[in-house]
Design a binder for this molecule. Structure first.
Ligand SMILES: [Zn+2]
Length: 314
């Protein structure tokens, strides 16, 4: 009897080994709050609130523990004081975190450091106020376009300005162009083309699996074969409102745990040196790889028909 129990235990251990080898963690982040939508929609309290409540309602049962990044200037000035805090509180009520993404999604490559940091400051008050009303603090910053500065001097000045304001930069490892699929999806919605919406959604889920096939082994090259805790960049839009549950299921199937941004950033990989300076916005996995003097291997692009449809719509 004892022998049989020991055998059963040994079998259990053998079964659990592959699961442990697949122990993966991801912090999910959503950028461009309140929403990627037309200016008129974000100036209409009923529409903006409906979009926000539907999106957060989709997230709530999934327990993503996500952080979301706000462009306060996306809500028109005449509605901002009343509407913006109401929208942000929907996110906080669901147990999610908020960070600063600048006031107007400023492009650092076309502006001075001073203008950029002014936009950071202008992008903070409503987000800070709703967090502080709950005894919390505004701590995280996400660079628009993932641009961190196109010269060494500018990059250093922005980093110092952000640190001096008490911000923790929220890097991205799992970059994926969801925004491009989302723009094509919005056009299909506007045209009432349900078949195209489904085709875009399916292509988006398939693309996400393809980019993960790229990022997972690539990230492990920085950490001696261990996959670090990842940070996934997505955006608040109708594509993710309708299709994020499929992305979430994909991550679960690959053995990911959903962790907070704080938990992910505790991984030592986020202390890696980053001396990558170029006028583009890329994953921190590329920045760290380049900083080690190793060649960057770019992630797969979206399918050509998505790129073409996006270009036609812009
Ligand atoms: Zn953004």
């Amino acid at each position: 009897m004892l022998k049989r129990s020991l055998f059963a235990l040994a079998a259990l251990c053998a079964l659990s080994t592959p699961a442990q080898a697949q122990d993966r963690a991801v912090a999910v982040t959503f950028d461009d709050l309140p929403y990627q939508a037309a200016d008129a929609v974000l100036c209409d309290p009923a529409q903006a609130m409906a979009l926000t409540e539907d999106f957060v309602g989709m997230l709530r049962p999934l327990e993503t523990r996500a952080a979301a990044f706000v462009n306060e200037g996306k809500v028109c000035e005449e509605r901002r004081a009343g509407l913006l805090p109401a929208l942000l509180n929907v996110w906080l009520d669901a147990g999610l975190d908020l960070g600063n993404h600048t006031f107007c999604h400023l492009n650092i490559h076309r502006n001075t450091v001073e203008t950029y940091l002014d936009d950071v400051d202008q992008g903070a008050p409503a987000t800070r106020a709703v967090l502080e009303a709950r005894g919390r603090a505004l701590r995280f910053f996400r660079h628009p376009f993932l641009f961190t500065g196109e010269t060494t001097e500018k990059k250093a000045a922005i980093a110092a300005g952000l640190a001096g304001r008490g911000y923790t930069v929220a890097p991205v490892t799992l970059d994926n162009n969801d925004w491009m699929f989302a723009a094509v999806y919005r056009k299909a919605e506007a045209d009432g083309d349900e078949a195209l919406k489904t085709r875009v959604g399916e292509a988006y889920v398939a693309h996400m699996a393809v980019v993960m096939d790229h990022w997972e082994p690539y990230s492990a090259e920085l950490t001696g074969g261990r996959e670090p805790a990842q940070v996934l960049l997505l955006h608040a839009n109708t594509l993710n409102r309708d299709w994020y549950p499929r992305i979430h299921a994909l991550y679960q199937a690959r053995g990911y745990r959903f962790v907070t941004l704080d938990e992910a950033l505790a991984d030592p990989v986020y202390g890696h040196a980053d001396d990558y300076v170029r006028a583009n916005g890329v994953s921190w996995l590329h920045r760290w790889t380049a900083s080690e003097g190793r060649p960057i291997r770019w992630e797969p692009e979206p399918p050509k028909w998505i790129v073409d449809a996006w270009e036609a719509a812009n």
